[in-house]
Design a protein around this ligand. Sequence first.
Ligand code: NAD
Length: 429
Amino acid sequence: MTAIYTKGVDRTMHEFHNETFLNAQRQLDYVAELMNLDAGIHERLRYPRKALIVSVPIKLDNGHTKVLAGYRVQHDQTLGPTKGGIRFHHEVNLGEVAALAMWMTWKCSLLNLPYGGAKGGVCCFPEEMSLNELERVARRYTTEILSIIGPEKDIPAPDMYTNEQIMAWIMDTYSNFVGYAVPGVVTGKPISVGGSMGRHEATGRGVAYTVKKALEKLKITTDTPTAAVQGFGNVGSISAKYLHQLGCKIIAVTDVQGGVYNPEGIDIPNLLAYVKERGTVVGFANCDKIENSELIALPVDILVPAALANVITKENADKVQCKILAEGANGPVTPEADEILNQKGIFVIPGILANSGGVVVSYFEWVQGLQHLFWSEEEVVQKLHFLLGKAFEEVYDVHTEKSVSPRTAAMIIGVGRVANAKMLRGLYP
Ligand code: NAD
């Protein structure tokens, strides 16, 4: 490692250094050593290629002006334009966005998509904001990052607390600046402005599909595997919906306001309707209350963390009792916890595989937009399952052949493809 050290401390791009970014870097360092990765390539992959911090001033409904911090980080552009979601959340910061951008690079590469990784976010409390305020945030943030996004440069998508409507505002703002409609600037748009069939469900559908593959590989043949899901937004609720359709018995779910538990199985179709109306799982019929800390420790076959990063740590990992842990969220398991879960024999489907359905169908949306030819939902789902199934098999083969965890296997493939392309392209100038 040729990092510049000051009094024994690595100060290289220390602006990014927070827990989540250092975790992402440690995962890379670990596989780099295993793969005997070229030191120069490793060094280049440890840091984002570009990061932009912007002020997002908005007029609040009460007439006051507030300045929010906005970020867009592009980790790597070796395989194509960068791609990654935009999150509105009060914990968004540069290090977290940089970590998420790095994971997007490995995810796109693992799925063989012609993209590098990016991520963006605005630090705010979206639940406390009106629709008009959210629109002003989305439009001003887009304006501030306009010079570095575009269908051939960097293509945002939804992430925590952003959705189809926010993507439509981003697309509209960008299009107004350039003077013509550019649907390809974002994915995860509503169908009526160039979105793809199946994009809304893609991430959760992919989580359930990778769980199904894992159940088959691990020969868990029970008719009704049990499952618990943390987070009931886009990823959590749709994962629960498709796991339920697969025949799983979902016994616990939580969201930011609380959680519900029923050991006989929660009525998921009715819960989905309830959440649509009430905005929370709390108070759903025939259920007891449950906390996140209890949900994580339930003796279920399948655990799906689908909310925040760093929720399974060295403090609680030994309490986890599931057989399969599917990372619906990005980075829910810290590296120390990962080691503990591996020692316990838990099959962890890493986020770069488990939640990759979203970026796969985002890629389909981008392709459909560029060629102005749209596919049916059946075509989208069939192509999604094909790419996910292929990536799952590749990961599983490396996992068994090299006796490494599924995460390490996925990283070896993802990092390896980017490194190979970087080697071929060389270092400019
Ligand atoms: P979302 O905004 O739709 O939902 C977030 C959910 O998390 C909500 O139900 C919220 O109540 C819940 N939540 C927040 N804090 C919580 C807490 N402390 N405990 C329990 N629940 C809590 O967001 P999303 O799009 O579903 O994203 C969730 C995760 O999935 C994020 O890590 C995101 O990066 C990842 N992800 C999303 C996509 C996508 O396509 N949306 C794709 C890949 C990965």
